[in-house]
Design a protein around this ligand. Structure first.
Ligand code: PMP
Length: 453
């Protein structure tokens, strides 16, 4: 009998059907509301990715607070997805909610800074290092603008990214390796350009490949996460980041660290915790406690090159910034988050909770002799339905088991636990209680009993 990640196909099919039926029966109110009201949206969802949730239909959220969501059907759900990192510090942290209420009385957007903007700048430097900052609204945009500066100051066309990466929807990074070549990603909608003109891709943890590509002299920047988190989790080999830094310096390419997810690592992100020295730093999602905000910064040295470039360029649209970015609501939330939410104590709690979760999942995997493994980066935990560790995006692609993972996710939600839809990522917020973690471990163990025994 064929098996999927150690699970018999028949058993998986039966489990998936059972869980789908259970979900359907338990959520009549969400189903009814969607049937009446989702028709106004393309594909019935307000944002394309919401089609990626594996349940028979979506639950409608009534409210969320801390690490708990209440849905329209009245279920309390332990939230380990946390808006795929946007709410990594919990839903509506009190200092952020307070800042929103206060700013709401003073205007929402002016295209002018506030005193809080200046305070946010100081706090960003204190938290993430001596970069010169800009504020964007999404991490996608932050990466897009960072890349623009990298190309401007180096005068080179290409960005080097790693196979299996995700840095947002900016086209430049939407490439993959195919037969050793850089090609447009297969799933891209409406892409008419050959993206390999501006991008080149190789495998993570492959310094020889990085060196060969940089040696061609046309790479403006290497854009990477410190740990790959968007194709399951792929940790860097010991020495990989040192090697990457040395090679980028040797060949005159900038190093852009995208910490949008790895900000889960600890205070200041992976960069601060592990002493990395990128030329540019990007983060988004949770930096303003869930208010749409992203940050990007460059070292003084890069800024000096940019000032020289800027002084010489023709006047006109720079292609950087968006109208609603750097608005006062973002600054109010940035200040509240950086000073009162994203704290050492908060990370200590998140780390302890995530360690408890990882240990519990590992125990369950071992108890059922599943050929799976668990990876943790600070507050971020992932179970991967394959042996590990994974070393690059190709291995991660092969480890991904969509059918099995979809059934698992629905099974977990039926047991009151929500995890991120795209792979098997879980986040522990400062508000997450030990009993929520233990419930998730118990639910996972129960599902493995059904799948393996
Ligand atoms: N960078 C990384 C590492 C990400 O994981 C993501 C989103 N998952 C982005 C950038 C883009 O973020 P956004 O969707 O907020 O633009």
């Amino acid at each position: 009998q064929p098996a999927i990640a150690g699970v018999s196909a028949d058993r998986l099919t039966a489990f998936a059907a059972r869980e789908a039926q259970r979900y359907r029966l338990s959520r009549p109110l969400s189903a009814k509301a969607l049937e009446a009201g989702a028709g106004a949206f393309l594909n019935g969802v307000p944002m394309h990715w919401m089609r990626d949730w594996p349940m028979p239909h979506l639950p409608l959220v009534a409210k969320a607070k801390g690490a708990r969501i209440t849905d329209l059907d009245g279920y309390g759900i332990d939230d380990f997805c946390l808006g795929d990192t946007g709410s990594m510090f919990g839903h509506s942290p009190e200092p952020v909610a307070r800042a929103i209420r206060k700013q709401a009385r003073r205007g929402l957007t002016y295209m002018l800074p506030t005193e809080a903007a200046l305070e946010a700048g100081r706090l960003l430097t204190k938290r993430f290092g001596p970069f010169l900052w800009q504020i964007a609204t999404t991490a996608t945009d932050a990466n897009r603008f960072a890349l623009r500066v990298a190309r401007a100051v180096t005068g080179r066309p290409k960005v080097l990214v790693f196979n299996g990466c995700y840095h947002g929807t900016l086209d430049d990074t939407m490439v993959e390796l195919s037969g050793g070549k850089t090609v447009n990603r297969a799933g891209l909608v409406g892409q008419v350009q050959d993206l390999s003109l501006g991008a080149v891709v190789c495998e993570f943890n492959d310094l020889a490949a990085v060196e060969a590509l940089l040696a061609k002299g046309d790479v403006a920047a290497v854009l990477t996460e410190p740990v790959m988190t968007n194709c399951s989790m792929v940790p860097p080999d010991p020495g990989f980041h040192d090697g990457l830094r040395a090679l980028t310096q040797r060949f005159g390419a900038l190093l852009i660290m995208d910490e949008t997810h790895t900000i889960s690592t600890g205070l200041g992100g992976y960069t601060a915790v592990h002493g990395l020295t990128p030329d540019m730093f990007v983060a988004g999602k949770c930096v303003a406690g869930g208010m749409p905000t992203a940050i990007w910064g460059m070292t003084e040295a890069v800024a000096a090159r940019f000032y020289a470039y800027d002084a010489a360029r023709a006047p006109g649209h720079s292609g950087m910034g968006t109208t609603l970015s750097a608005n006062p609501m973002q600054f109010a939330c940035l200040v509240a988050t950086l000073s009162e939410v994203m704290t050492k104590d908060a990370y200590a709690g998140m780390e302890a909770g995530a360690a408890r979760l990882a240990k519990g999942l590992e125990r369950a995997i071992a108890a059922h002799s599943a050929p799976w493994h668990v990876v943790r980066v600070g507050a971020r935990v992932e179970f991967i339905c394959a042996p590990g560790p994974l070393r690059n995006g190709s291995e991660a692609g092969l480890a991904h088991q969509p059918e099995l993972e979809a059934a698992l996710h629905t099974g977990l939600l039926n047991r009151g636990c929500l995890i991120a839809p795209f792979h098997n990522m879980m986040l522990v917020s400062p508000a997450t209680k030990e009993r929520q973690i233990d419930r998730l471990v118990l639910a996972f163990d129960e599902i493995l009993s059904e799948l393996f025994s």
